[in-house]
Design a protein around this ligand. Structure first.
Ligand code: C2E
Ligand code: MG
Ligand code: MG
Ligand code: MG
Length: 278
């Protein structure tokens, strides 16, 4: 258990411990089978530019629907996949799917919609993600900017040098880089200053009721000013109401994502709605 624990990011570890030990073992074995049985699928959620509502990216979100109809949320199975190393093949599969998704969206005339992929800390350090992406770019003839990656802050803490190198390679390959759930980890000004980032995604905990909650408003205002001062874009996560979106618009946030702007859905559905809106 010791070795296993050491591989798991601190944040994820809490979430894993919330699942009973016996259940964890069963789940880890089931993840291995799920890959072979193709029980994973990706849903896509729009990220919109606030000024005009246009979709600038689709975030790929993993879904695991078991054969018996059971549903395991990614917050539970991703940490387990990280702990067992299975995040590497899962992550490769996800990137491949994202590359295909870009081609399908582009085929409908929307070449400028990026696909954003969550890349786990373990995956970034254990696999050569920039090389995997470069291969996909060649194979699928992806334009620069077609793929974005979202990293959480834990990656930057664990092996900052390796993480920084990988990020520089991604930047050279034209991959946009966002820090996910910004503000929930160990947000360090040092890495905001030193790493090749394009944007921060403000965690939905700070976006919640931002028009009415003075504390959240202060934090969001500060994060937007900080990001812009460093030349970074801002994406608000978890926007659920028109009031929140309004506040974000008035306060200069660049992009937004959340149920109010579109729920995660299978790619076909998302493409339908993009085509209808255009
Ligand atoms: P995340 O990257 O921060 O993704 C946003 C999460 O918020 C998603 O949960 C999304 O469904 C949910 N969400 C979106 N809009 C709203 C809203 O308005 N209100 C609320 N309450 N929630 C909203 P989901 O899909 O359950 O994913 C949870 C986390 O699992 C993700 O957080 C990400 O960290 C991880 N994850 C998902 N897919 C992948 C993947 O392919 N690879 C890796 N490594 N991690 C993934
Ligand atoms: Mg994300
Ligand atoms: Mg997030
Ligand atoms: Mg998250």
């Amino acid at each position: 258990l010791q070795a296993w624990q050491e591989q798991v990011p601190v944040m994820a570890y809490d979430r894993i411990m919330a699942v009973q030990a016996g259940e964890r073992l069963v789940l880890a074995r089931r993840i291995r089978e799920a890959l072979d049985r193709q029980e994973f699928e990706l849903h896509y959620q729009p990220i919109r530019r606030i000024s005009d509502g246009r979709i600038v990216a689709l975030e790929a979100l993993l879904r695991w629907r078991q054969r018996d109809g059971g549903f395991v949320p990614p917050d539970v199975f991703i940490p387990l996949a990280e702990a067992s190393g299975l995040i590497v093949p899962i992550g490769r599969w996800t990137l491949e799917q994202a590359a295909q998704a870009h081609g399908r969206v582009a085929a409908h005339g929307h070449h400028d919609v990026a696909i954003a992929v969550n890349v786990s800390a373990v995956q970034l350090l254990a696999d050569n993600v920039p090389e995997v992406i470069r291969d996909l770019q060649r194979e699928h003839r992806l334009p620069r900017g077609a793929l974005h990656v979202e990293l959480t802050e834990s990656v930057l803490l664990r092996q900052p040098q390796v993480a920084r190198m990988r990020m520089l390679e991604l930047r050279v390959a034209g991959v946009g880089i966002a820090i996910d759930d910004f503000g929930t980890g160990f947000s360090s000004m040092t890495y905001l200053r030193n790493l090749p980032l394009d944007s921060i995604k403000i965690d939905r905990g700070f976006v919640h009721q931002v028009h009415a909650d003075e504390r959240n408003a202060s934090i969001c205002r500060a994060l937007i000013a900080l990001a812009h001062g460093l030349g970074l874009g801002t994406v608000a996560e978890g926007v659920e109401t028109a009031e929140e979106l309004d506040w974000l618009r008035r306060n200069g946030c660049d992009q937004a994502q959340g149920y109010h702007l579109g729920r995660p859905a299978p790619l076909d559905k998302v493409i339908e709605s993009i085509v209808e809106a255009a």
